[in-house]
Write a protein that binds this ligand. Structure first.
Ligand code: NI
Length: 159
């Protein structure tokens, strides 16, 4: 495994639409391992492939306190949302900043695992926020464009 360079706001790759993954080959599995290591090293709760410069629809998330419950999503699609939550959000590609964003409070996501087997994940609160945030990355969208009232400076975990 290796730590990859996290692209930051302003980098063109962050504004592009990522491509669907056709099969989980060796190269993709290495990418997933590297994304997990990079996310944990940066103390983030989520990371999307374009954040390490790869335009593939791959996301890793871990919202557990201990950071030992990784969720890997290939070709994730939001199939259901419910409710609303408004709270602070950060991003590993926008270091040192947070902003208030309104997101659905519940999402159901369909995705593929590392064996390209389809599965469904449901999340509320932070997991719902992370799922929305990371899937946005795959469509070239950053949370900064959804912020209410501007960005604030802090030292905090990002997505
Ligand atoms: Ni992010």
């Amino acid at each position: 495994m290796a730590i990859r360079n996290i692209r930051e706001i302003g980098d063109k790759v962050l504004y592009k639409t990522s491509k669907e993954v056709k099969d989980a080959d060796k190269k993709l599995l290495v990418l997933i391992d590297d994304m997990l290591e990079t996310m944990y090293e940066a103390e983030g709760v989520g990371l999307a492939a374009p954040q390490v410069g790869i335009l593939k629809r791959v996301v890793v998330i871990d919202v557990s306190e201990e950071g030992n419950d990784p969720l890997v999503l290939i070709n994730p699609v939001i199939v259901e949302t419910e409710g609303e939550q408004t709270g602070d959000e950060g991003c590993l590609s926008v270091p040192g900043k947070v902003g208030t964003v309104t997101r659905p409070n519940y999402v159901k996501v369909k995705a593929y695992d590392k064996n390209m087997k389809e599965f469904t994940v449901e999340g509320t609160e932070l997991l719902a926020r992370a799922l929305n945030h990371e899937i946005d990355h795959l469509d070239g969208k950053l949370y900064v464009d959804r912020v209410i009232g501007g960005l604030r400076s802090v030292t905090d975990r990002g997505m």
